[in-house]
Structures are given as C-alpha cells and as structure tokens.
Design a protein around this ligand. Structure first.
Ligand code: TYD
Length: 137
C-alpha cells in the first residue's frame, strides 16, 4: 500500500515456552495478520553483505531471527528507522509499501521470513527512486 508508514512496522512477541530442555516458540494462524503462502530463510550471510533493498506493493512479511542478529533499516517517504533483531521470540512485521534493507548480520545468523504471497517479481520495487515516486514524492 502506498500510504503505509515506517511506524506501521511492529515487533510481535511470540510465546516462549521454557523448560530445562530449552526454549520453544510457536507461530500459529492468529499470531500474525496474514495467511502464510511462502517461507524462506537467509543464512551464511557475510557480515558485510546487504540484503533487501526493496519495497513490496502487496506483500507483507514477518521476519524472525532464528539465530544470531541483524539490523533492519526501514524507510517510508519521510522517516527512517533501524531495528535490531536478535531474539528468536520477537519477530518483525513489515507491511507493504515500506522500503527495507537488512545488514550487519552476525556470524551464524539465520533470518526466517514468512510471507503473505508467493514469489512475484512484479510485486517488488527495487529502485529507491521508483519507491519515492510510488510514495508520491
Ligand atoms: P532477493 O530479493 O535479491 O533477496 P533479498 O531481498 O533477501 O536480498 O532475491 C535473491 C534471488 O532469489 C533473486 O534472484 C530472486 C530469488 N528468489 C526466489 O526465487 N524466490 C523467493 O522467494 C525469493 C525471496 C527470492
């Protein structure tokens, strides 16, 4: 959506079931506000790599740092915000219409992505200039 803002992006706390054998977190249908159509994950990411660098017209995503940490830089037409993801029981809900960049991956970091749509290159805005245009700037 064209009107969405950086402030629409939010952390969702996942349940953490602790016992002496370790922790367990769970995501069910009603944990996130969309039906999951696709799951992918980023791993073996070099510490100087930069991922993302795009926005989506329709797609909504939920990012979970299954292991390690990384930073997500979010931009709308006005505001920029940086969020560090480093807890496997805290995920980031990224609405459509928000530019995102992922960087500063720690060694062994794994980013799980739950997506509301199947892969569709036409849903991507990969040029920042085109993104600003899309946002009406
Ligand atoms: P890209 O969108 O550049 O990844 P990121 O946003 O994490 O930096 O995708 C890298 C490549 O993988 C690109 O050629 C498209 C392809 N790809 C798929 O085929 N299916 C998918 O679900 C995703 C996310 C990417």
């Amino acid at each position: 959506m064209k009107e969405t803002k950086v402030d629409d992006v939010r952390i969702i706390d996942l349940p953490k079931i602790k016992d002496s054998r370790g922790n367990l977190s769970v995501i069910e249908n009603n944990t996130i506000p969309f039906d999951i159509k696709r799951v992918y994950y980023l791993y073996d990411v070099p510490s100087d790599a930069y991922r993302g660098g795009h926005a989506h017209k329709k797609l909504v995503q939920f990012l979970i740092p299954l292991s390690g940490s990384f930073d997500v830089i979010l931009k709308d037409s006005i505001k920029t915000k940086s969020v560090t993801l480093n807890k496997p029981n805290k995920g980031l809900l990224i609405t459509s219409g928000v530019w995102r960049e992922l960087e500063n991956f720690s060694s062994g970091a794994v980013c799980l992505v739950l997506a509301s749509e199947v892969y569709d290159e036409d849903d991507y805005i990969r040029e920042y200039k085109a993104f600003k245009n899309y946002k009406g700037l």
